[in-house]
Design a protein around this ligand. Structure first.
Ligand code: SF4
Ligand code: SF4
Length: 158
C-alpha cells in the first residue's frame, strides 16, 4: 500500500518514497513506530510495540516520505498507559523476562522499554517469538475500541 501511495503522490507531481520492510530496493531507513505514534495511530505499550485501538499491535507499519503539503496529525491518548500501569500479562508471559514492569529512562525520556539483550536472542531462537503481542488484551479482535472507550470514560469520571 505504501508503494502504491508513493506512486500516486509522484503522479500528482510531488516527490515521494515508500519505506517498507518488504521493498528490497527501499533505500530509506525509517523507524516507523515513533512516526506512527506521533501521527496518532496508537500508543506505546509495556511490551514495546505500538498498540492501536482497532488492531492492538497486530499491524505492519510502513512510511511514505514526501513533500506533499498535508494536514499534520497529532499523538492520541487511547488509554494504553492507564491499562499497562496495572496489567502484567505480557511481562509475566515473556519467557526471557525481557519486559520491564515499570517505565524506564531511555535517552532522557521515561517510557515503556524492553530489554533487547534478553528479547533478541529468544526472538531469534524461536524465529519470531511474539508471545507478548499474542497475550495482550488489546490484540483480541474487536476488543480495543471498547477498551479505549471505557478507559477514557473512567478517567473523565474520576
Ligand atoms: S517478543 Fe518474546 S521475548 Fe521478546 S519481549 Fe515479547 S515475549 Fe518477550
Ligand atoms: S499485555 Fe497488558 S501490560 Fe502488556 S502491553 Fe498489553 S495491556 Fe500493556
Amino acid at each position: 500500500m505504501a508503494i502504491e501511495v508513493a506512486e500516486h503522490i509522484r503522479a500528482l507531481g510531488w516527490p515521494a518514497q515508500a519505506s517498507t520492510n518488504l521493498a528490497p530496493d527501499s533505500s530509506v531507513e525509517v523507524l516507523h513506530v515513533p512516526i506512527a505514534i506521533k501521527a496518532g495511530l496508537g500508543q506505546l505499550g509495556k511490551h514495546g510495540s505500538m498498540i492501536t485501538p482497532e488492531h492492538g499491535s497486530n499491524v505492519r507499519l510502513a512510511t511514505v516520505l514526501t513533500d506533499l503539503p498535508l494536514m499534520v496529525d497529532h499523538p492520541r491518548d487511547i488509554g494504553v498507559d492507564d491499562f499497562c500501569a496495572t496489567c502484567r500479562i505480557c511481562e509475566t508471559n515473556c519467557p526471557p523476562h525481557a519486559i520491564f514492569p515499570k517505565k524506564q529512562m531511555v535517552r532522557g525520556v521515561e517510557r515503556w522499554y524492553v530489554n533487547f539483550d534478553k528479547c533478541a536472542p529468544y526472538f531469534a531462537e524461536t524465529r519470531g517469538c511474539g508471545i507478548c503481542i499474542e497475550v495482550c488484551p488489546w490484540s483480541e479482535p474487536g476488543r480495543g475500541l471498547s477498551m479505549m472507550k471505557n478507559l477514557l470514560a473512567r478517567r473523565s469520571a474520576d
